[in-house]
Ligand binder design. Structure first.
Ligand SMILES: [Fe+2]
Length: 444
């Protein structure tokens, strides 16, 4: 697989951000990258070789390289700023397991390279950049957003300290939010359009699908609700698991969500970063994989929503008499307003998930809460191309991963609002329990 540059620059939809706004976004996302990495020791910057993490020192260099590759080199035609950078940081050609053995620059060298690229980008932006080139700034900013979230869950995976200076402490006073919302059936336009601003290739294009009426939980499954499944012996009962899910469970010996700690036969605590903390009963369960979500559903006689159902519950409205879905699609679940911490726990508004009753201002037309933010939500759907899919210039973003992953929607507390647009399709393999994901369910 190669990241290839397409031969021509064509107009692609962007968010409409100006050059000044893009420069601000570049600085803001870099601040997050630095807060997630600067306090780490030289040893932590390399870390253990695991299939689910990158060496942090490699990962941040790769972020800088991606910016340089797509903006300075591809869009502006500049020469590489560092000899051999492609051989270090092209994620399509540098095999994952080899990333611990590369002759990377040291910490100061990597940060200097990143700062040099950022300085050249800001210089270009201050001189004015055409819209068709701004697309690549938007792409590389979003790519850094994704790695920021990955760095946050890598610190969790590896038991590093809680990062400083990212989000207020998440309080847990909002409580549970039980019950289902009713969504009428009808036609739904799944996917994004050219009017949705910057979009990724796997969202193209919006197309009509039919949806039967369904009932979907007003909130994601909580820790307390998941604990009932664990206490009921859910991890030891084959009947709740698919063949693939049971194979995962047997292979790993999982008895509970990966970071939960069993004390006195109960599940009151978990490992959060490097500390043991109480498990908030009414916060959404997180760090569970698709198989665990599937098993919980089978135990609770529920099911995961499809992508189309998730979108309709988040963005749909009913016609006046409530009999079917209206021909409308909101920008956000709550309407047109850009997200604030009243609507959604995004952008490190808080440093972890809030209780599921929080963010009431962000309710969808059907009364679903936290469709955006707090935790990603696994859906029932396989990650497949939509009708009319064609790869964008970053060719390896989606295409190599179709049919082997499950779709997640909605974003987490560590996701930027740029990424957590409702139309954004995240995707991971079903055994991944290290990403900031939970799930919401539908009635059978
Ligand atoms: Fe990347």
């Amino acid at each position: 697989m190669m990241i290839r540059m397409s031969a021509t620059l064509i107009d692609r939809p962007t968010s409409g951000a100006t050059e000044d706004e893009l420069a601000t976004q570049l600085h803001d996302v870099r601040t997050r990258t630095r807060r997630l990495t600067e306090d780490l020791s030289t040893r932590q910057l390399m870390g253990p070789m695991l299939p689910i993490v990158n060496p942090v020192l490699w990962e941040i260099g790769h972020v800088g390289w991606f910016h340089e590759y797509w903006t300075l080199r591809h869009a502006h035609g500049e020469a590489p700023g560092l000899d051999g950078a492609d051989l270090l940081w092209n994620s399509s050609t540098v095999a994952h397991a080899t990333r611990w053995d590369l002759k990377l620059p040291d910490r100061n060298g990597v940060f200097a390279y990143m700062a040099d690229v950022l300085g050249r980008q800001v210089g270009r932006l201050s001189g004015g950049v055409e819209a068709r080139m701004r697309y690549f700034y938007e792409l590389s900013i979003r790519h850094e957003d994704m790695h920021v979230e990955a760095l946050a869950y890598t610190r969790q995976t590896l038991g590093y300290a809680r990062p400083d200076g990212l989000g207020h402490a998440a309080d847990h006073d909002a409580g549970p939010w039980p019950g289902d919302a009713s969504v009428p059936g009808g036609r739904w336009r799944l996917g994004s359009t050219g009017a949705d601003g910057f979009i990724f290739d796997n969202e193209k294009w919006a197309h009509e699908v039919g949806i039967a009426p369904f009932r979907i939980a007003k909130a994601p499954v909580t820790n307390a609700e998941f604990a009932a499944f664990v206490r009921a012996g859910g991890y030891r009962n084959r009947q709740f698991w698919s063949a693939a899910g049971w194979a995962w469970r047997e292979g790993t010996g999982a008895e509970r969500p990966v970071y939960w700690l069993e004390t006195d036969g109960g599940y009151g605590t978990w490992r959060r970063y490097q500390d043991v903390e109480p498990l908030a009963p009414h916060a959404p369960v997180m760090f569970v994989n698709w198989y665990e979500a599937e098993a919980w559903c089978r135990w609770a006689k529920r099911r995961l929503p499809t992508e189309a159902e998730w979108e309709a519950a988040a963005l749909g409205e009913a016609v006046a008499n409530g009999s079917c879905l209206a021909d409308s699609k909101r920008r956000w679940p709550w309407g047109e307003t850009s997200p604030s911490s009243q609507h959604a726990n995004l952008d490190f508004a808080f440093d972890g998930p809030l209780d599921v009753a929080a963010c009431a201002a962000g309710d969808s037309a059907f009364g679903c809460r936290q469709m955006i933010g707090n935790v990603w939500e696994w859906t029932a759907s396989d990650f497949v191309p939509l009708p009319g899919f064609a790869a964008d210039p970053y060719e390896d973003y989606s295409r190599p991963w179709f049919n082997t992953r499950k779709v997640l929607r909605g974003g987490s507390w560590a996701t930027s609002a740029r990424i957590a647009r409702p139309g954004y399709r995240n995707f991971f393999t079903p055994e991944r329990n290290d990403v900031i994901a939970g799930f919401r369910t539908c009635a059978l």
